[in-house]
Design a protein around this ligand. Structure first.
Ligand code: GLN
Length: 297
């Protein structure tokens, strides 16, 4: 039975998290705090400072219910309905991938290529929660960002995030990749965190990831299906001097570089995330691009 002071309840929860999810002790402590902080609408400092506080029945019931879901593997971000990304707080539901810290690298690399004081045109393919599109729009208020997703449910989440974070310079469109875009569209920067996990990747068997939308993760036998689609079509829609930047798996660097070079991109490069893993590839469309394109149209 769960004891009814804050401190004792947190301790019991921590033990259960370690036991059921094999979490490290400090991660388990943090998770217990995040869940309880959410229930009580209090910061972590409060939970640490007042272990002797007696809990109301309602707080205890809510916490117990959330903890039970967490013990079955449901990710914390879905339980509390939010996740921080690039210093902004995004609402998330199981209809969207939970924004990951490694994707902040993609944003950083894109921002380096987006001038502050010009009305740059940006496209985000498969926007999900809108984390990338909205963060870029926030940091570049002069930019016009179009964010596409095939999932109407994901778009609803992304639109709510754009409203909450006050980025009127992002517009959203339901589109299966480029499908709904006018063929005359033209962009200075195209970004994407597409699905890139291979069908038989054991990573997909992980507890947390099974709660996330397969559509946002799985991309064919080698995980490259979406990337193979995005690379050539982006080339057609980029303005001269424009960039394509996208996230991919740690073992897809060479395949991505080959694809970018074959389709005529210049300055092809791959950047590593903070964990040292190859994570974001990019290429630039230059005037001569078409000449070097080694794949027939
Ligand atoms: N980085 C994610 C993961 O491995 C995958 C994200 C994606 O496919 N876009 O869990």
């Amino acid at each position: 039975m769960i004891a009814s002071t804050l401190g004792a309840t947190l301790l019991a929860a921590r033990k259960q998290l370690i036991h059921s999810l094999a979490l490290e002790i400090n991660v388990a402590a943090l998770e217990a705090h995040v869940l309880f902080g959410h229930v009580l609408s209090k910061p972590r400092a409060y939970l640490l400072a007042y272990p002797e506080v007696a809990l109301t029945d309602s707080a205890l019931t809510q916490f117990t219910a959330l903890l039970a879901r967490r013990l079955k593997g449901e990710p914390i971000a879905y339980l509390i309905g939010q996740r921080e990304f690039y210093e902004l707080v995004f609402s998330v539901t199981p209809d969207v991938l939970i924004p990951r810290p490694e994707t902040e690298l993609l944003v950083e690399l894109a921002l380096e290529r987006i001038p502050r004081h010009r009305p740059v045109r940006i496209l985000d393919l498969g926007t999900g929660s809108g984390a990338i599109a909205i963060t870029l729009a926030k940091h570049r208020p002069q930019a016009q960002v179009i964010a596409l997703d095939v999932s109407m449910r994901a778009l609803a989440v992304a639109k709510a995030n754009a409203a909450k974070l006050k980025t009127p310079n992002v517009s959203f469109m339901a589109s299966d990749w480029f499908g709904a875009l006018p063929s005359t569209s033209c962009f200075d920067v195209i970004v994407s965190n597409p699905p890139y996990v291979a069908e038989n990747d054991p990573h997909l068997l992980g507890k947390d990831i099974q709660f996330e939308p397969a559509l946002a993760l799985r991309a064919g036998p080698d995980g490259m299906d979406a990337i193979r689609h995005i690379v050539p079509l982006s080339f057609k829609l980029l303005a001269e001097g424009g960039y394509l930047l996208f996230e991919h798996g740690y073992d897809q660097q060479e395949a991505c570089a080959a694809l970018l070079a074959a389709w005529g991109y210049a300055e092809v490069a791959c950047h590593r995330d903070l964990g040292g893993k190859a994570r974001v590839s990019l290429g630039k469309k230059t005037r001569d691009g078409e000449k070097y394109c080694t794949i027939g149209n």
